[in-house]
Design a protein around this ligand. Structure first.
Ligand SMILES: [Zn+2]
Length: 304
């Protein structure tokens, strides 16, 4: 393996905590604090960890030896959504092991119960957390109109830059629903890095606009995690390849329709959008200037 690996976490929660109001489609992405601590201890001990700035250097600097050498591929840690536990539980564990992470925040969920607030985002130690965008309403971007995608990406970027005071250069695409159009618009909006759910390592060939990640879930075993750290992601790649092959056999149009239907009905996606809707209902909708139009799923702006 010649590149680096990215891990995709969502939330770190107290051991054994129950979330009866959330469905398993969401909580299956929550990792217990003890499991996360064990994984970060192993990561810190066996692999080189990359900071976001190392990834910037890797893609910018054409000289050789851009990545730390070693038996294991270097690894970058990311969190999606902006759950509170990704900072208040994970932060201390990352610091204990001298690690850092990129935190992709869904701006429509800022200040909502269980999610990070503006005050906390403003005060995050930059050596531990770098902030990126995860869109505004957590909808699948590839299903939206060009204008709606642009609005999602511009609005979340501007909100986050206003909060943290530095350039938001990285986007993580909700649900991994990135296609050429989404990436092009992201570039037009000023993003320089797009993190996806592609299963694979990241090299100069794959480039900064398709940074693949491995999803660490509650069900991820330590043996599986250690296999990933050793650079062995063959099983995951074969599974992803099979899914792509099914798409080719069925034909792209047909597969696209099925995929779109699946994505629309994806329970995880539905629940994240529901959380966003609840957030909009409970707070003044004019706080963010926009609300979801239930019939079309489009973001409608009120008051400009
Ligand atoms: Zn997400």
């Amino acid at each position: 393996m010649r590149g680096f690996l990215c891990l995709m976490y969502h939330n770190v929660v107290p051991d054994g905590a129950a979330f009866p109001d959330l469905s398993p489609s969401v909580t299956s992405y929550f990792v217990d604090a003890s499991a996360f601590a064990q994984q970060m201890e192993r990561l810190g001990r066996t692999a080189s960890s990359l900071r976001f700035s190392d990834i910037e250097t890797f893609f910018r600097d054409p000289s050789p030896n851009r990545l730390p050498s070693g038996a294991h591929p270097p690894v970058h840690v990311t969190f999606d959504d902006g759950w509170l536990g990704s900072v208040d539980l994970a932060g201390e564990i990352l610091e204990q092991h001298g690690l850092s992470a990129t935190l992709f925040v869904t701006t429509g969920l800022i200040d909502q119960p269980r999610f990070l607030g503006r005050g906390m985002l403003k005060c995050l130690p930059p050596e531990t957390f770098r902030i990126g965008s995860h869109g505004h309403s957590h909808r699948f971007l590839s299903l939206l109109s060009t204008d709606a995608i642009r609005q999602e990406l511009q609005q979340s970027k501007a909100m986050l830059e206003d909060i943290v005071g530095y350039e938001i250069a990285a986007l993580s695409v909700p649900g991994g629903a990135a296609d050429e159009r989404v990436v092009r618009i992201a570039q037009e909006c000023g993003y320089r890095y797009v993190f996806t759910s592609r299963v694979g390592d990241n090299t100069l060939r794959t480039g900064p606009f398709d940074i693949g990640r491995l999803a660490v879930k509650r069900s991820t075993s330590m043996a599986q995690f250690e296999r990933w750290l050793a650079g062995n992601i063959l099983a995951e790649r074969i599974r992803a390849r099979l899914l792509r092959a099914i798409g080719r056999v069925l034909g792209q149009d047909y597969y696209g329709k099925i995929r779109r239907r699946l994505l629309r009905e994806c329970p995880h996606q539905q629940e994240m959008t529901d959380l966003y809707r609840a957030a909009q209902k409970s707070s003044n909708e004019e706080t963010h200037g926009c609300e979801l139009e239930p019939a079309t799923g489009e973001l409608q702006c009120v008051g400009g």
